[in-house]
Design a protein around this ligand. Structure first.
Ligand SMILES: Cc1ncc(COP(=O)(O)O)c(C=O)c1O
Length: 317
């Protein structure tokens, strides 16, 4: 791979221990994809790896992608493009604004184009509007959702030579889940993949997955942990994130991994898993999302000011 960035691979698997797991007789492990890189963290690197290779193979010097104002994917694309000396642009959903994530993208040299929510749904139209006739661009779909993204995510489980009865991931576009499922099927593992959609009406993920893989068995969708929808959170969720950090010193975000781990704990507490089960979940990074709820977390636990500054991803400039 040609990337001159310091990526910490393979990401480690750590066991988590707490009274709930002991009581219910299960073992819980986390694969710390969040430690791969502070800004191209978690599944972001996995999805970008073959995508950027393809851009290079196609001789493209300018990557263009899409996302919301706090998008982890847009941030990761900006940082990776800078490291690879590629030009980068992003079409951002909603009115022009500034925040820590967007400011950092600009700092990395990314050009931002803001479009209203309705126009944003027409991706082709957006490309036409801003890049008509520009043959140097390589378009990366929103969230890195592409066959190259799936291929990169297939590599996640092959790294550690360990097997588990149950593997959990959060899903937005379903790309990560498709890669994990594909690996499980190709390697004939006796593992069930559990997917926790972070959006409302998460059943749509099944259709998204079907675009990339043929689904047989060993797949379960848990659609009840969206907490009101994409990027929505509640006091209960924030309290969970604080309590989980106090117990494990692992920080979760409220958009993806907080909902995922809340769901896993709920299922464990309800006796969903047989005793002796080994459960792995993926920490897919995304801690920049926490900027949106920093004050809420600090209200629950004043020590979170320090926790946050210790873990603040954007301090890794
Ligand atoms: C931190 C984090 N975890 C999980 C996901 C969900 O991944 P996917 O879109 O592949 O379903 C995303 C979104 O891309 C994310 O940013």
């Amino acid at each position: 791979m040609f990337v001159p960035m310091q990526l910490h691979l393979p990401s480690p698997i750590q066991q988590l221990v707490e009274p709930l797991y002991e009581k219910m007789g299960v073992e819980v492990f986390v694969k710390r994809e969040d430690l791969i890189h502070p800004l191209i963290s978690g599944n972001k690197w996995r999805k970008l790896k073959y995508t950027l290779n393809k851009a290079a193979d196609d001789g493209k010097q300018h990557v263009v992608t899409f996302g919301g104002a706090y998008s982890n994917h847009v941030l990761a694309t900006a940082v990776a493009a800078k490291a690879l000396s590629l030009q980068a642009s992003a079409i951002i959903r909603g009115e022009e604004q500034q925040n820590e994530v967007l400011n950092y993208c600009k700092l990395a040299g990314m050009k931002l184009y803001f479009v209203d929510r309705l126009s944003y749904t027409d991706k082709k139209g957006c490309i036409e509007r801003f890049f008509k006739g520009n043959t140097a661009i390589f378009v990366i779909p929103e969230g890195g959702a592409s066959p190259e993204g799936v291929k990169g995510c297939e590599e996640i489980l092959g790294e550690n030579n360990e097997t588990f009865d149950h593997i959990f991931c959060a899903a937005g576009t379903g790309t990560t889940a498709a890669g994990l499922y594909s690996y499980i099927q190709k390697n004939k593992l006796n593992t069930t993949l559990h997917v926790v959609p972070v959006l409302k009406s998460g059943d749509f993920i099944r259709n998204e997955l079907a675009k990339h893989i043929s689904i047989k068995e060993q797949l379960e969708l848990h659609t009840g942990y969206h907490f009101g929808g994409y990027a929505k959170s509640t006091d209960e969720l924030l309290q969970f994130i604080v309590a989980f950090y106090q117990e494990h010193q692992v920080l979760l975000d409220q958009v993806y991994t907080g909902k995922l781990v809340f769901g896993i704990h709920d299922l464990i507490a309800k006796g969903y898993f047989t005793r002796g089960s080994q459960i792995l979940w993926l920490h897919t990074g995304g801690l920049t999302g926490l900027y949106g709820v920093k004050t809420g977390l600090e209200q629950i636990d004043p020590n979170f000011t320090e926790v946050f500054s210790k873990n603040d991803p954007l301090q890794f400039k």
